[in-house]
Design a protein around this ligand. Structure first.
Ligand SMILES: *Cc1c(COP(=O)(O)O)cnc(C)c1O
Length: 392
């Protein structure tokens, strides 16, 4: 039986790297060497210097390439290092179309760094393909999508956007952090580069910072490799190992967290103190159908808005379970406050324009029992209500 016949879940464990060829070890060895001895003056080995290629990092790069259905993977020191390196494919005078509620760090890169190098941008609501088309300029070279987006969980039709990009000879980049290749494989839908903050679900344990990029086209892969090596923001071997360990349990973690997220979303949706829930698993999500078509599930991140700001503070203060902080995709549930955390880099007016209100909270569901999270949320909302009543 060839490996190709195995399911995605099985291949997470049974890939080329399940056993170390040299020792039989069932864990990829950590190769800390920065340089490699060469056999002779005129014959160099496969490895020469670890920025260019390192055996531990290479294992992770090949694993993610296979998971995403690509031909080459690249591991970087962070998600932003992966995203920024991919943007280096652009040249002065080029234009990029970006999802309007893009990750705050990507927003900062586009608006404060790329612009200084003469790379223009237009933010669009990518749920609207006509708006994407209308934003196209003669110099548009990249369409950058993040789906579901952060933090409003808006869904972009990856195939639709990729078709627009192909028509104009531009590339499609997709930030697949929220879904992971377990739930969504953008390359199969026509994207050219898939990007990840592996800090999140792929690593999965809130203990490493890392980024990944995957390409299918060989020429594009060679260009991205040259940039990875030139820019040099490569992933260290300890972190590469942690991400590989995280990946082994990706499917069970995603399944469990996703199932809990569905339960929690249903609870919040019916709660009188919750104004709005954003989650692609709810049938009333505006892009529910597109999401179902292109992904195997809604994932484990949702966001919601509370009725008012006074209640909001009490609610957050009374919660016992979730970690209150930035990031997502960990084994522990993480609650964050986009306006002051992930999107702090976005000016207030830009944030309001995008619907990132001051009562919006984002929850990344971990592996706790969903009943415990629901009763924790329930008591904290109740405490908020008591406070509100006293105020009046
Ligand atoms: C966290 C995140 C990033 C940035 O990744 P880092 O590893 O923090 O650099 C990019 N995109 C999304 C969707 C993220 O959640």
């Amino acid at each position: 039986m060839s490996n190709d016949n195995f399911s995605f879940e099985t291949k997470l464990l049974h890939n080329k790297y399940k056993v170390d060829a040299a020792t039989g070890a069932v864990s990829v060895p950590l190769q800390h060497a920065s340089t490699f001895h060469q056999p002779s003056v005129d014959s160099f080995g496969k490895f020469d210097y670890s920025r260019s290629l390192n055996p531990t990092r290479e294992a992770l790069e090949e694993i993610i390439a296979e998971m995403e259905g690509g031909t080459r993977g690249f591991a970087f020191a962070s998600g932003m290092a992966a995203i920024s390196t991919a943007f280096l494919l652009l040249s002065q005078g080029d234009h990029v179309i970006v999802t309007e509620d893009v990750y705050g760090g990507t927003f900062r890169m586009v608006t404060q760094v790329l612009n200084r190098f003469g790379i223009e941008h237009t933010f669009v609501d990518m749920t609207d393909l006509a708006a994407v088309k209308a934003a196209v300029q003669p110099n548009t070279k990249v369409i950058y999508a993040e789906t579901p987006s952060n933090p409003l969980m808006k869904v972009t039709d990856i195939k639709g956007v990729s078709e627009i990009a192909k028509e104009i000879g531009a590339l499609t980049f997709v930030d697949n952090t929220f879904m992971t290749p377990y739930l969504q494989r953008p390359l199969d839908l026509g994207a050219d580069i898939v990007l990840h903050s592996a800090t999140k679900f792929l690593g999965g344990h809130s203990d490493t910072l890392s980024g990944l990029a995957v390409t299918k086209d060989e020429e594009l892969g060679a260009r991205l490799y040259a940039l990875q090596n030139s820019f040099g923001a490569v992933l260290g071997v300890q972190d590469a190992w942690l991400v590989m360990r995280g990946i082994k349990t990706l499917s069970v973690r995603m399944q469990q967290s996703q199932q809990s997220a569905c339960q929690i979303a249903a609870f919040l949706k019916d709660h009188p103190l919750v104004a709005k829930v954003h989650f692609p698993g709810l049938v009333n999500h505006p892009q529910y159908e597109i999401h179902c078509k292109q992904a195997l599930g809604p994932g484990a991140v949702l966001s919601f808005e509370l009725e008012n700001e006074t209640l909001f503070k009490e609610f957050v203060q009374n919660l016992k379970l979730p970690v209150f902080g930035v990031s997502l995709g960990g084994v522990e549930s993480i609650l964050s406050y986009p306006a002051k955390m992930s999107h702090a880099a976005m000016p207030d007016n830009e944030r309001q324009k995008r619907g990132i209100s001051n009562t919006l909270l984002r929850l990344s569901v971990g592996l706790e029992s969903p009943e415990d999270i629901i009763s924790d949320f329930s008591q904290a909302l109740e405490a908020g209500l008591v406070y509100l009543t006293k105020e009046r």
